[in-house]
Design a protein around this ligand. Sequence first.
Ligand code: AHR
Length: 500
Amino acid sequence: MKARVTASASYTIGDIDKRLYGSFLEHLGRAVYTGIYEPGHPAADAQGMRTDVIELVKALDTPICRYPGGNFVSAYNWEDGIGPKEDRPKRLDLAWRTTESNQVGIHEFADWADKAGTDMMLAVNLGSRGLDEARAFVEYVNHPGGTYWSDLRARNGRKEPWNCRLWCLGNEMDGPWQVGHKSAAEYGHLANETAKALRGLDPTLELVVCGSSHSNMPSYPQWEATVLEATYDQIDYISLHMYFENYEKRTDEYLALPLKLDRYISTVSGVIDYVKAKSRSKRDVRISFDEWNVWYHERKQDAQRMRDWDWPEAPRLLEDIYNFEDVLQVGCILNTFIRRCDVVRIACIAQLVNVIAPIMTEPGGPAWRQTIYWPFMLASRYGRGTALQLAVEVPFYSAAVADHVPYLDIAGVHDADSGTLTFFAVNRHATEMLEAELRLDGFKPRSVEHTIIKHDDLAATNTRSAPDNVAPRKGEGASLSGGGLSLALPPHSYSMVRVQ
Ligand code: AHR
């Protein structure tokens, strides 16, 4: 199969906010306990943080990490996680029917984030709690000193404020499953009042209001319109979430889902424009896509486990084992975010360790990379700069979610500082090699490097005993000719091609 692509230096979408490669850690299952934190583990540092995990996170170069939830945050008392560890209360976590030991709280997470080279994106509880606890939390985290909360922080060992810039006003408040679920009008009012109070503390904070939990929600997209009308002049981002499933084992349908993601982004972008016009506002609100990933491998079994168990501490939960097919999906999702970087400024892979995560650990044992670690790492490290508006001519197929699914999913990024042009490409075709000719207008290519992730078995996984079964290797499918680029992309493959 043939494809023709044109990339031009002067035809761009916009600058990519590095926070497009954000991540997420929730107090859920083993994400925190035996994920990042395991005192007594051979690789644990003096604070009990696993340094083997920190090294894997650092290599991902994820610039922000959202914390502490997720559904968990909607019944969380942040004060339970401060002060001497032996005095911290154990609490029932209503979101996941587990027991929370509170041995990790804001101090431990902030120190971990520092070691892992990532900034905090914090969420306040607008489910079981409200404005007052939110303002206390922000004051505790960000105020320099001389007040009740900031002095308490200093007494708890942290004199300097952490100065967290990015705050989520609750989580998935449109979802009936959420503790303290609200109607759009109720949530919009509370979010606006909370935003005003937080801006009273610091007008420069970046605030994220909850959008829809997914685009099949009955309240979507009216939820966005109502919430934005209530909050437009106080907030900076509206949060969207989407998880990708392949219960039917239909790879063609599965790999078409990023087109549904693209439509979701377009619709919410339209709602933002509508409310901006209606509010006569000059302000630009953008999208924070702060939960996305493949999530279906263990989902049904997990629902049963949760029903059966008796409030365990840090159980195995949402431990999806990813396969090679998911590499292709994650590649297409990241490409979609790059192509929509005009409006999506923040995106967080959900989650980071053990829980629907690119990194797995065994208690007392090793940490390893799941298959999806690789496309995320390559995009995060090399997908920085300006996104190019590519013109793509390629055959397509029809799927349930879209009539025109191109066999080639491609995104292009120009890093003007290093003069590098990077393409991320997925061949969606099951059996045909994709031969693509790329015209590179306004670039003077001298050398090319091809990195490929390919496995003959879509179901191939990385496990503790075979951690490198699915991994990138040097490809042979890229060459320069006459100022252009020729690519030969094997069926069902993910590629990164870098031209200098
Ligand atoms: O990431 C797992 C869960 O998915 C989060 O807690 C919630 O926000 C979403 O429904």
